[in-house]
Design a protein around this ligand. Structure first.
Ligand code: SF4
Length: 263
């Protein structure tokens, strides 16, 4: 049995017991919020959720820290997948007494589900899905000061590498814990889980007994992001801390990128 290096109890991850892992996790999120000035309690906050583990983890942490917010979920129409995550989200919001859960669908917005759109059109699922999701997010975040999302180290290190591989540093310049779209008239987007890994968010949900499906969108496997994530996971296994190192390097380059490309 591996023991916690601080108290000697049974370790659940990286020589930390359940209690020390959970308190470190919360401290990490709080520090990210403070260091990058992500949120304040007097702002009108919307959490853009999917119903997956990261969004439920974000809702749980923000709620525990005393933030009040609305939740928006977009139902793209992905049979056998999205209805389950939306059910998880409904149940979870209900259990926390979060009353303002807004569900908006591609069906109502575009008169078709993503599944049908992709049957009629030979296109990359994530490009089709992402463009529409962004449009809807902009529309339905009107009146809010800030949108919080559950992006974590894994998502962000993948995004940075994808932009490097595609020579799109102008897009990388708009990434980071706060998305740089404010000057373009969009609601500020923030990522409180920016410095938490996917492994940690998964463990956080398990240790808190959060009822969530860990399945992946069936279209994800067809995306470039998936291939990048796969390779990054292999690298992380060989060199633990590689993803965090990549993100820290990105953060140190970010001011220069913003200056060069404008924000
Ligand atoms: Fe949409 Fe792609 Fe995400 Fe699936 S993996 S929800 S298709 S962006």
């Amino acid at each position: 049995m591996v023991s916690c290096s601080r108290c000697g109890n049974r370790a659940v991850i990286d020589e930390r017991c359940k209690e020390h892992f959970l308190s470190d996790f919360i401290s990490n999120v709080k520090k990210t919020i403070v260091d990058h000035r992500l949120l304040s309690k007097d702002e009108k906050i919307m959490v853009a959720a999917s119903g997956g583990k990261d969004s439920l983890c974000l809702i749980h942490v923000l709620n525990g820290l005393g933030y009040r917010f609305s939740v928006l979920v977009i139902d793209e129409g992905i049979a056998g997948y999205r209805e389950k995550t939306i059910d998880d989200l409904k149940r979870f919001c209900d259990s926390l007494g979060i009353m303002d859960l807004r569900i908006k669908s591609f069906q109502d917005e575009y008169a078709d589900s993503l599944d049908n759109i992709l049957k009629k059109k030979c296109a990359g699922p994530c490009t089709e899905c992402g463009t529409r999701r962004r449009e809807m997010l902009e529309r339905y975040s009107e009146g809010f000061d800030v949108i919080a999302t559950g992006h974590n180290i894994d998502d962000e290190s993948q995004a940075f590498l994808m932009n490097l591989f595609k020579s799109q540093l102008q897009i990388a310049a708009r990434q980071g814990p706060v998305s740089g779209l404010k000057d373009m008239g969009f609601v500020r987007r923030v990522k409180p889980l920016y410095l938490c890994s996917e492994k940690e968010t998964r463990l956080y949900t398990i240790l808190n007994g959060i009822d969530v499906h860990f399945s992946e969108c069936p279209y994800a496997v067809r995306s470039f992001r998936h291939s990048v994530g796969y390779e990054l996971n292999k690298l992380e296994e060989r060199e633990p801390g590689a993803k965090l190192g990549l993100i820290k390097s990105f953060l140190s380059m970010l001011p220069g990128l913003k200056e060069h490309y404008g924000d």
